[in-house]
Write a protein that binds this ligand. Structure first.
Ligand SMILES: [Mn+2]
Length: 324
């Protein structure tokens, strides 16, 4: 199916008042939430279509400024609804949909807007551009090439996606095209200073204190080339931390001059550990894939079905295999 047929699919859906559901990924970030809200806004503005949006877990406080985010539902709030069109944004593989997955599986048409090179093209229609800095960039390219309206609300979501997935326009995925797109989004109404304030200067105090605690507890391996930290449920309780409070710790560890690869391991339960990986030069998506996860060359994640300390040994083993 090509670009136009997706547009036609939506146009048909709008005429017949069919049901559309937009999916974000588990542990939602600025890209998946910003792109989801932008997709909602674009469908509303261009096709007068009110889609549903779904998220897993919690929406981090810092992203509550996104236009329409308050309309997003948890999977349990969707009931028995069978959707005609399911649109996944920023989702590399189906398991990243968490509890929303059954609604994707049951939908009649499935669409996938993404930028992960490990994307499995799991939908009937796949808009996957690995060269895109974020899923928002893929959606913006589609909206512009289809001549669709981009309102201030849509621009807010897409700019947030671009800003956060490039680490504030600092990472390798920041290309000339990325900044041109950001520039156009400002013309469409996005306000960079306001959005940056929400994304980077609105952290809860206990989140910052949890980060400080993690820096103190970090361990360094192989001449400090690898930096990692384990976060237990006890640590989380100590700081009354919500799930998203661990965001950003793995980047803080990468900030150290000697670090080549950083990782954060978070205890889920006694036999399950979540891992985030970052690197400056090695391909950590290979490490994540060894445990059934995925991601990008310099940023990846996975779930390891092992207790925290064993997961620590296992991930070190895999990291050493890819280190340059
Ligand atoms: Mn992304």
């Amino acid at each position: 199916m090509n670009f136009n047929s997706f547009k036609e699919m939506i146009e048909t859906a709008a005429k017949e008042a069919k049901r559309v559901l937009i999916f974000s990924h588990v542990n939602p970030d600025g890209d998946t939430l910003g792109t989801m809200c932008a997709m909602y806004s674009a469908l509303k503005d261009n096709f007068n279509l009110e889609a549903d949006m779904v998220y897993n877990g919690i929406v981090p406080e810092i992203y509550k400024f996104l236009p329409y985010i308050e309309l997003a539902k948890k999977p349990s709030q969707l009931g028995e609804t069978v959707y005609d069109i399911a649109i996944a944004v920023d989702i590399a593989a189906k398991d990243r949909m968490g509890d929303s997955l059954p609604y994707f599986e049951k939908a009649k048409h499935t669409v996938n807007f993404d930028h992960h090179k490990t994307n499995t093209n799991f939908a009937a229609t796949n808009f996957v551009q690995a060269e895109g800095a974020c899923a928002g960039e893929v959606l913006l390219a589609f909206l512009e090439s289809s001549g669709l309206k981009i309102s201030k609300d849509t621009a807010y979501g897409l700019y947030t996606a671009l800003l956060t997935d490039t680490g504030g326009f600092r990472y390798e995925n920041t290309k000339a095209e990325t900044l041109k797109k950001a520039s156009r989004l400002i013309e469409y109404g996005a306000e960079p200073a306001k959005i940056s304030r929400y994304c980077y200067e609105s952290k809860p105090r206990n989140m910052v204190l949890l980060h400080a605690n993690c820096m103190i507890n970090a361990k360094f391996y192989d001449d400090n080339k690898i930096a990692g930290v384990c976060i237990t449920n006890k640590d989380m309780e100590k700081f009354n931390a919500k799930n998203d409070y661990t965001e950003g710790i793995v980047e803080e560890l990468r900030r150290i001059d000697t670090t080549q690869v950083s990782f954060v391991l978070k205890e889920v339960d006694e036999n399950t550990t979540k891992a985030s990986l970052r690197s400056k030069n090695s391909d950590v998506s290979i490490v994540a894939q060894a445990f059934g996860g995925g991601g990008h060359t310099f940023a990846a994640g996975c779930t390891i079905r092992k207790p925290l300390q064993i997961a620590n040994d296992k991930i070190l083993e895999e990291i050493r295999k890819v280190m340059k």
